[in-house]
Structure formats: structure tokens, C-alpha cells
Write a protein that binds this ligand. Structure first.
Ligand code: RAM
Length: 362
């Protein structure tokens, strides 16, 4: 194992152990009594532990799509995600989007939120080019726009980044390289071709692959964050590239679909699989050897942090200038970095030895 890998794994394992307590308390905390979609008659100011943030803000959480378990974790009250944080802060939070991870599906939800009098939008961008005209006009009307998970850099104030973009891309390649002993053809099963986060990670994967002259990326296919499509494109890969040694799927929907396809005697242990997935969905594949290791951050913490960032920004407690800090409840203090980006922290690496400690995700 190379030194950089050792450092990455060590960091991740440290993170695993230090977050164990936080993860379990997040999932066991009971939701507040306030309804996540209750109506509000206007914003006020609270003098609570959150500081003098405005309360009653209408905050719309707009994931790439509804029905994606990753975003259910990031957003919901039950998981301790964005809506839980908004409830705690006394805001009026609701989650809305389309059912497909496309701008055609997501844009009407953004427009409807603006029409309903949104004070703040928390958006995972399906396609920055398609979304920016609407998000820019929202900002011009004084609406706070924060992105999380997938950025739209030209039309938001803050981006809540789940983990270092370069480290995700680099480590995904390092994980598959380890599995296939630095040799063979690999493919990527991505989400959508227009998603900022997927493309940024893939960009860093391609850079990292230059260090592995005997590994060849044969293609990238797109499952569109849809289980059926992800299954079909994975099956297509196996037919088209019978000598495939490994697959990287940096999407929770994609890796779960690919794992189900590879979980047969024909492929298990012969075609390596890694990517970004939830431990709840992938534990059985790690246990039976279909997956050696994969990564993810805690999606609920990502949504929770995005909610605190949006509330602080909408309350004018921070701007998007670098160097300012704010407290995000149980997660502690965060500082705004360059380009208006706030970093959640290093992701976790899940293997057979630790996956039993995590049950979130489905
Ligand atoms: C999918 C989405 C999301 C990504 C995760 C890892 O659910 O594509 O944007 O961050 O996977």
C-alpha cells in the first residue's frame, strides 16, 4: 500500500472511530414535535443557543430527486438531516424536487418554491447550466441560495461540500487499484452526465489513473440515479467488456445496482466494485465478498450542516466571504473556505471489519 493510501485510510479510520458516537446519536435522536411543512406567518428572531438567527424562514430543501435513499438520509427529520436542523432552528423547512435527477424534473420544484415565498433554497444541482438562470434570478430577489452535494458555482452563495473533491476522486481509484492489483480494465458507472459532483470526481479519477499505467478506463456509463437504468448499463458493460476487472460507481444508486448485478457466482470476487454507497444498502455485498471496500460521508450530517449554513446566511450572520465561522449545532464550528465552500470533512471507508458498526442507508 502506498504512503498516500495509508494516510487516507488512517485518516478515514480515525474519522470512523471518532464519528461512531455522533452517528449513533444522530440516528437515535427523536424528531422535534414541529411539522417539517407547517406554515409560517413570517420570520422573527430567536435568542436560542443558535444565536440570534431569524426564525420562521421558509427554507426549501431541493435534492437532485425525490425517492433517492441518499437524499432521504440527507434531508429528513428522522435521519437528523436538513429538516431536523431547520426544525431545531425554528424555521419552516420542506423538501421538494422532481422524481428524476434531471433539470427538467428539478426546475419546476425550484420555481414553485420561489413562487411560494422561499427565503432560502438548499439545492443539489442536477445541472448547473440549466439551473443557473432560475437560481440567479432568485438571488437577485434576495433569496438565499446554498448548494449541497452537487454545486452550481456561478449561482449560489455557499456550497456545502461533503468531502474534498480531489480526495474522493483519488481515493476511489486507489481503492479499485488495490482490489485489482494495479492491473486491468475498469469502467465507471456514474449518475447523470450533467451532475457537477460526478464530473468533478471523475476528473480527479482520470488524473489519478495516470499513476497506474496498467489500469485502463474503458468507458463511463450513466445510470441517472435510477435503479433500473443503473442495472441495465451495468449489464451492458459486462456484455461489452467481458474482460472487465473492476467498476467504480461514485453514486449510491449506481453502486447498489452494480452490486446486485455482480452478486452472482459468475462475477463475485472476479470483477471488483467500489464507489460511494450507504452501509445499510451494501452490507450484504461486503459480507459476501462482492464489494471489498467503498466510501461515503454521513449524508444526514451534510444536510444538517447545509441547513445551518443557509439559516446563518439568510439571517445575515455570515456572508460567503472566506474566513468566517459559524456553529452548526451538534456538529460544532465550521469556517467558510475559498470560493464560498464549506467542507463537511473526510469520508468514511467501509470494509468488512467496520461495516457492522453502521446501519444507515437502505
Ligand atoms: C447519489 C447522487 C449524489 C451523490 C451520491 C454519492 O445518490 O448522485 O449526488 O453525492 O450518490
Amino acid at each position: 500500500m502506498k504512503l498516500r493510501q495509508v494516510t487516507w485510510f488512517t485518516l478515514s479510520l480515525i474519522t470512523v472511530s471518532s464519528l461512531l458516537t455522533a452517528c449513533s446519536s444522530a440516528s437515535s435522536s427523536s424528531p422535534p414535535a414541529t411539522s417539517s411543512s407547517s406554515s409560517s406567518t413570517g420570520s422573527g428572531t430567536s435568542g436560542t443557543a443558535s444565536g440570534s438567527l431569524k426564525t420562521g424562514l421558509k427554507v426549501f430543501v431541493i435534492p437532485k430527486n425525490l425517492g433517492n435513499p441518499y437524499f432521504t438520509l440527507a434531508d429528513s427529520v428522522k435521519s437528523g438531516g436538513a429538516l431536523a436542523a431547520l426544525n431545531t432552528l425554528g424555521e419552516t423547512g420542506s423538501e421538494t424536487s422532481g422524481t428524476d435527477a434531471t433539470p427538467a424534473s428539478q426546475l419546476p420544484a425550484i420555481q414553485a418554491a420561489i413562487t411560494k415565498g422561499a427565503n432560502a433554497l438548499i439545492v443539489s444541482a442536477t445541472d448547473p447550466t440549466a439551473l443557473c438562470p432560475t437560481l440567479t434570478s432568485a438571488m437577485n430577489r434576495g433569496i438565499t441560495v446554498v448548494t449541497y452535494d452537487s454545486d452550481a458555482p456561478a449561482c449560489r452563495s455557499l456550497f456545502i461540500n461533503q468531502a474534498s473533491t480531489s480526495a474522493i476522486g483519488t481515493s476511489e481509484v486507489d481503492l479499485i487499484a488495490q482490489e485489482i492489483h494495479n492491473k486491468g480494465d475498469i469502467a465507471i458507472v456514474s449518475a447523470t452526465a450533467s451532475a457537477t459532483n460526478q464530473n468533478a470526481w471523475i476528473g480527479y479519477m482520470k488524473t489519478e489513473l495516470k499513476k497506474f499505467p496498467n489500469i485502463h478506463l474503458v468507458t463511463t456509463v450513466y445510470g441517472n440515479d435510477d435503479p433500473t437504468t443503473a442495472t441495465q448499463v451495468t449489464q451492458g458493460l459486462l456484455q461489452q467488456y467481458p474482460n472487465l476487472a473492476g467498476i467504480i460507481s461514485p453514486t449510491t444508486v449506481g453502486i447498489a445496482a452494480a452490486a446486485a448485478v455482480l452478486d452472482t457466482a459468475k462475477y463475485r470476487g472476479k470483477i471488483a466494485l467500489t464507489g460511494l454507497g450507504t452501509p445499510g444498502a451494501l452490507k450484504k455485498y461486503v459480507d459476501d465478498g462482492t464489494i471489498g471496500s467503498f466510501e461515503l460521508w454521513n449524508p444526514a450530517n451534510l444536510g444538517y450542516l447545509a441547513a445551518y449554513a443557509a439559516a446563518n446566511l439568510a439571517s445575515k450572520k455570515v456572508t460567503n466571504a472566506a474566513g468566517q465561522s459559524f456553529t452548526a449545532g451538534k456538529l460544532g464550528s465550521f469556517t467558510i473556505g475559498s470560493d464560498g465552500t464549506i467542507l463537511l470533512g473526510p469520508p468514511l471507508v467501509f470494509t468488512k471489519s467496520n461495516i457492522g458498526n453502521f446501519n444507515w442507508g437502505f
